[in-house]
Design a protein around this ligand. Structure first.
Ligand code: SF4
Ligand code: SF4
Length: 233
């Protein structure tokens, strides 16, 4: 029970502590973030129910990256946010937490903790087609350690790059550097060096090898260590 996406990544269903979970293995050096997301979406479509009618993961912090915001703005607010996409989006739909100059950037949530894009009545996402990477990459089953680390490192790299983009946009456009919560403090750009997301406008341009640690990169090439589920549907 597996999905091999464009010969770049192999997703397998495995047994983890008696539960069905998934693992990911790399097959190509130039595997992209777009292939990773498409492979996960394909795995979910092939073996699990669609999310429609479930809002189980839409009440928690949902981190953002710069490409997420470009996709949202292009799909929904091209005219309003075209020139200053990060400032426009984050002011209206994001939440920036600044703790002593360390930024955490996520989607805005209501007082009841629901994501700003959740239709609570229908229990579905109103921006499903352009939903964030963190939402697309979440399947609510256990993951092997390397699958979990891969998702975490992608998400963290995306937040750091977005902090850098937002800071630079505010500087270049003379806009206030708004934050919504936290102790505050000056953000030091040197703490946010360019990473594999830098300058990219599409997930297709982001190479996994440029955003994961060397240890994880090496671990992702080894054959799956868990019991692979073999039964076909
Ligand atoms: S991924 Fe989230 S929305 Fe989809 S079924 Fe699981 S908990 Fe529900
Ligand atoms: S963007 Fe959509 S899928 Fe993601 S947390 Fe919000 S409502 Fe849920």
């Amino acid at each position: 029970m597996a999905v091999c996406y464009e010969d770049a990544l192999l997703f397998r269903l495995v047994l983890l502590d008696g539960q069905i979970g998934y693992d990911v293995e790399l097959l190509q050096e130039d595997a992209t973030l777009a292939q990773y997301l498409a492979g996960l979406n394909a795995l979910q479509e092939k073996y699990f129910d669609q999310c429609y009618g479930c809002d189980g993961c839409c009440w928690e912090r949902a981190p953002l990256n710069g490409i997420d915001i470009l996709r949202y703005v292009a799909a929904l607010w091209q005219e309003e946010g075209g020139q200053v996409p990060y400032s426009f989006f984050l002011k209206n739909y994001g939440h920036i937490h600044n703790e002593d100059g360390v930024l955490d950037i996520s989607l805005k949530r209501g007082e009841d903790s629901a994501c700003i894009f959740l239709d609570k009545g229908k229990k579905c996402c109103t921006t499903h087609k352009c939903r964030s990477l963190v939402c697309q990459s979440y399947i609510c089953i256990p993951q092997t350690e390397r699958a979990e680390q891969l998702r975490q490192q992608i998400v963290n790299g995306g937040i750091d790059d977005l902090a850098r983009r937002y800071y630079l946009e505010c500087q270049e456009q003379g806009l206030p550097f708004l934050v919504h919560s936290g102790t505050g403090g000056e953000m030091n750009l040197a703490d946010y060096p360019e990473n594999g997301f830098a300058g990219k406008t599409d997930y297709e341009q982001v190479l996994l090898k440029e955003i994961v640690s060397s240890d994880l990169w090496a671990a992702l090439w080894t054959p799956c260590q868990e019991q692979v589920l073999m039964m076909e549907e």
